[in-house]
Design a protein. Structure first.
Length: 236
């Protein structure tokens, strides 16, 4: 079946309306353009994210169902709560962004290829330098054992990827992130696509329309100047 997909122009940052996204594959909205910081920020502020494999053109998505995790809804299981009380790990904010994204790109994911291309890595590093992309790191002494990164245009954290080398390390990173976001009114994490793991943490799906409204509200929430300042969030 042949599909017609809008191609983004190089001389404008405009995207097609979200309602024009395809039903199959679900949420595919447009292709082309570039991964410049200004285009990426326009995308995230519009409820759109890039996702493509090596050798493909840049593909832009807005799924009909969007998985989100309100900061106050993070589910702390009994086992995680016990682990948090006893752990000797340190959790930091924005202290090893490049190491986190590069690890997310290269870690073995059960025979699944990575979508985090060199082009994507460079683009998100640029966003980090602008203060728009952020990372959470989990350390065991001086070794990075878990982490995540994403983009935060307001009181929403658009999660991109995470990894762990120790059991519970990515959950601890999520816990630290949601605890931080609870300082902002009605903050939430945009998890993009459904996974059983995210659902076990309290995430749930909403419609594209509901997501657009939540995003609109989150974008106008003021963020303190030092909110994303590099620091330690949790320590033994």
């Amino acid at each position: 079946m042949r599909i017609t997909l809008p191609q983004l122009a190089q001389n404008t940052l405009d995207f097609p309306p979200l309602s024009s996204a395809l039903a199959s594959p679900d949420g595919l909205l447009a292709f082309g353009g570039d991964l410049s910081p200004s285009r990426l920020m326009r995308a995230y502020q519009s409820g759109i994210f890039p996702w493509f494999s090596p050798g493909e053109p840049i593909l832009w998505w807005s799924p009909s169902r969007r998985m989100i995790l309100p900061a106050n809804d993070f589910h702390v299981s009994r086992s995680l709560r016990k682990h948090l009380r006893r752990m000797n790990w340190r959790v930091t904010l924005n202290q090893a962004f490049e190491q986190v994204i590069e690890t997310c790109a290269t870690i073995n994911r059960q025979d699944q290829g990575t979508w985090i291309t060199d082009e994507m890595i460079d683009a998100y590093k640029a966003l980090h330098q602008m203060g728009a992309a952020h990372s959470i790191e989990v350390w065991e002494q001086q070794q990075l054992i878990g982490g995540l990164y994403g983009v935060a245009p307001g009181a929403v954290f658009c999660g991109e990827s995470m990894f762990h080398y120790r059991s519970n390390a990515s959950k601890v990173a999520f816990y630290a992130l949601t605890t931080l976001l609870q300082r902002l009114p009605d903050a939430f994490i945009d998890c993009q696509m459904h996974t059983d793991h995210l659902a076990s943490l309290g995430a749930f799906e909403i419609s594209r329309t509901d997501f657009a409204q939540r995003l609109h509200d989150a974008l106008v929430v003021p963020t303190p100047d030092n909110f994303w300042h590099p620091r330690t969030l949790l320590h033994p």
